[in-house]
Write a protein that binds this ligand. Structure first.
Ligand SMILES: Cc1cc2nc3c(=O)[nH]c(=O)nc-3n(C[C@H](O)[C@H](O)[C@H](O)COP(=O)(O)OP(=O)(O)OC[C@H]3O[C@@H](n4cnc5c(N)ncnc54)[C@H](O)[C@@H]3O)c2cc1C
Ligand code: FES
Ligand code: FES
Length: 476
């Protein structure tokens, strides 16, 4: 591995290990403080709720796919503003809820009076067997106070018997209501700070990068954990994912999005729904990819760092970062270094990251190329990619191609650029003959696998047809 390009912030071996939080671990559930000392930090909130006989929150899949387990978590941003976020309780380890406020469906009705999110489903016959209903209610609840009441609000909630038309009608009615004046809106206005440092058993939640790195020295076997939408699946199934965890979701430095003279610096811990709302318009390919990335509940927790850290060949943000020439900033005990996104992945679920390094920032340069993202999956929403592709093409004044990036996920053990095709394109005009030759090259560029999602031939065909579609849509 090359020597670090830049070294800053060295963490000496004498950096003090942060003291565990002084107060007893606890969280607020439906307005009441609950002590957690002695609780298993890797048990999911869903399982914990069941053990407390709070049966309103339902379990469907146990791995983030159905939304039956949706609860609302209060999140306070750096400016002190609080929001309800719909999250999957099956993916939330108890270690991550310490110091937080959670609302379940039991908290919504006021005596006999239903909350508008419940009443709208009653009024529009949006519930038949009722199993999915608490999850829909909680998504609509969070959407109501967050100003998002459309199909995306409930895209992570599956209903097997009612059909979606009545639920969509309920959503449309809710969108006409004012959510700013009731006790839940009032609750959001209460002064509070973002969740602070915490510890539950071997689940550590530091608030600084230095603290996280120091904990890693003390617990070298610990796994970084951010939104837990990837690791939480294994935990939810009772797998021993790691012997201890260092959570990155309370580190303010990892939550920043900065516009610089050359582009953007995005903290590795920024949840994807924030990326979607804050950068979706500025970087349209990012906005487009995030539209089809999992569902609202997952995007409310999942992070960019976690997507890269999981190093999945079908991680949807990796081809985007490859196509945009992004750089990944890593921090470890030796200091900081930057790696080109293109050099980050070294093999199936392997990266250049050392065990004691973590991703802190992703730098995306501003460019003037035309860039767009495409995702093909079996289901349009909330599904894993068969192939994801991101293309960036820049033309010079004479209409010849001066810049070409064609990046793919789902075609090999790592996300890859079609470098041979990029080289072929540069210097040529983007006419039909060029596109046809490029497409023929793309059909032969990779040797993807056949699996339960799709055959290798289909994946190869997609590599070409998506590029063809990009040119037709953007350069016609
Ligand atoms: C229902 C469902 C749907 C999904 N759909 C998609 C999809 O459409 N597209 C897609 O790409 N993915 C999808 N995923 C996978 C997952 O949501 C993403 O990979 C997400 O970005 C992971 O982020 P996280 O913060 O939750 O990661 P975590 O689960 O917290 O961590 C994932 C890995 O990254 C490491 N890690 C986390 N942060 C850092 C860091 N800062 N530095 C170093 N290592 C770090 C962890 O150690 C771990 O190995 C889906 C998951 C679920 C459950
Ligand atoms: S139980 Fe299906 S998403 Fe949690
Ligand atoms: S009402 Fe039965 S699954 Fe939705």
């Amino acid at each position: 591995m090359e020597a670090p390009a830049v070294l800053r912030y060295p963490l000496s071996m004498t950096t003090p290990i942060p003291e565990p939080a002084a107060t007893a671990p606890a969280f607020e559930l439906n307005g009441r403080r609950v002590e957690l000392a002695g609780s298993d930090p890797t048990e999911s909130l869903l399982r914990w709720l069941k053990r407390q006989r709070l049966h309103g929150t339902k379990e469907g899949c146990g791995d983030g796919d159905c939304g039956a387990c949706t609860v609302a978590m209060i999140e306070t941003d750096a400016d002190g503003r609080s929001h309800y976020r719909a999250v999957n309780s099956c993916l939330l380890p108890m270690g991550s809820v310490v110091g937080r406020e959670i609302l379940t469906v039991e908290a919504l009705a006021d005596g006999e009076m239903l909350h508008p999110a419940q009443q709208a489903l009653v009024d529009h016959s949006g519930s038949q067997c009722g199993y999915c209903t608490p999850g829909f209610v909680m998504s609509l609840f969070a959407g109501g106070y967050g100003g998002e009441l459309n199909d995306h609000t409930t895209e992570g909630n599956l209903c097997r018997c009612t059909g979606y038309a009545p639920i969509r009608r309920a959503t449309a009615e809710l969108a006409t209501l004012d959510f700013s004046a009731d006790r839940f809106a009032e609750g959001l206005r209460r002064e509070r700070q973002s969740a602070g440092e915490a510890m539950l058993g071997h689940y550590f939640s530091p608030t600084t990068v230095e603290g996280a790195l120091a904990l890693k020295q003390q617990h070298p076997e610990a796994a970084w954990i951010a939104g837990a939408t990837d690791l939480g699946v294994g935990l939810s199934r009772g797998q021993t994912v790691a012997s201890s965890f260092i959570a990155l979701d309370r580190i303010a430095e990892l939550q920043q999005i900065q516009k610089t003279a050359n582009g953007w610096r995005i903290g590795a811990g920024v949840p994807l729904s924030r990326l979607e709302s804050e950068l979706g318009d500025a970087i349209p390919a990012l906005g487009e990819m995030l539209r089809w990335f999992a569902a609202r509940q997952v995007r409310n927790r999942a992070t960019l760092g976690g997507n890269l850290g999981s190093a999945s060949p079908i991680g949807d943000l990796s081809p985007l970062l490859l196509a945009l020439d992004a750089r990944i900033e890593l921090r470890g005990p030796g200091g900081m270094r930057q790696v080109a996104a293109d050099e980050f992945f070294t093999g199936y679920r392997q990266t250049v990251m050392a065990r004691d390094e973590l991703i802190v920032v992703v730098e995306i340069p501003a460019g003037d190329s035309t860039c767009m993202a495409y995702k093909v999956a079996k289901r349009q929403s909330d599904d894993i990619s068969i192939v994801a592709a991101v293309f960036a093409i820049g033309l010079d004044e004479g209409q010849s191609i001066r810049h070409a990036r064609l990046a793919y996920g789902g075609v090999a053990a790592t996300p890859l650029r079609a470098r041979g095709v990029e080289e072929y394109l540069v210097g040529r005009r983007l006419d039909r003959a060029t596109v046809e030759t490029a497409c023929a090259m793309l059909r032969a560029a990779f040797t993807p696998l056949s699996d339960h999602r799709a055959g290798a031939d289909y994946r190869r065909a997609l590599c070409a047809s998506l590029f063809d579609k990009f040119v037709a849509e953007r350069f016609a």
